[in-house]
Design a binder for this molecule. Sequence first.
Ligand code: FAD
Length: 301
Amino acid sequence: MQQWISKLARLEVGEILPDEPMSKHTTWKIGGPADAMIIPQNVRQLQELIRLLHEEQIPWMTVGKGSNMLVSDKGIRGCVIRLGTDLESIAIDGAAISAGGGASFVRLSVMAGKAGLTGLEFAGGIPGTVGGAVYMNAGAHGSDVSRIFNSADIVLETGELVTYTANDMMFAYRHSILHEQRGIVAEARFSLAAGDRLEIAAAMATYKDRRRKTQPLTQPCCGSVFRNPQGDHAARLIEAAGLKGMKVGGAEVSTLHANFIVNTGQATAEDVLALMEKIKAVVADQSGVALVPEVFYVGER
Ligand code: FAD
């Protein structure tokens, strides 16, 4: 075991899983081992962990549910942080809802709906964490996190805990300030509005049904692989280029949704990357559009 892992094991910074296979923590079920995954249970442990990693100059990154992440076959050098149980709680107070960064975004949406709060219906089919959703400004069905975001408690890379307002977050299409300034969302607060429980449930059922019909939800995947170019859809461009069903190794362009790549069983990160390169080349050739990935490729190259 590396020295820094033994050192952290002697301190109270959360559960430590050495050589943890990242394929267990990504919805693509792809990815080699992380040197160590550490699971802090509360904000205090999270701050202490980040402070120590900063001091020791150990590289680190955060993973939520790994639903927007391609991890390299060689895995991740350094520490992968996953938020533990105390950072998964959800509390509702009137029309305000607060949630730990590790809470399920789907669960948040369901709880808001059951409480008769409207604004989070769009989140019912986004299988990430609250922290991942804030980082990504995740969105669907004409809405996104920025529309309901109030504030978040964020642990910066020095271990300092700060509160960011919606202005501070600089939200844009699948973008937040956290893409440029490293930090971990420990808790986020959202402002919803009172709504009709039945109408909320009906909207969520419609969205769910639409996804079931148009997305390969029974196969390991990572949602949309490429960002939608201005005024168009990546899926339309990929389908128009005749690429549905194209395969590299175990990775396949979904026959149901052209902007999804599915793992048909034994896909590697290299398979997915090679398929993405082919898609980019053919689409650029046929429509002149340069597709940009929405998923993050992380780990040792
Ligand atoms: P991860 O994939 O684990 O991480 C993504 C990024 O967020 C990484 O850079 C990570 O470091 C960072 N991050 C994670 N947690 C934190 C934290 N606590 N603090 C700071 N940074 C953090 N996305 C949409 O926007 N709309 C959709 O409709 C949609 N549909 C999807 C459907 C399917 C079937 C799938 C598999 C994915 C879909 N996605 C969609 C993509 C994905 O679910 C979202 O991007 C989601 O917000 C990612 O959350 P996560 O917790 O899985 O993040």
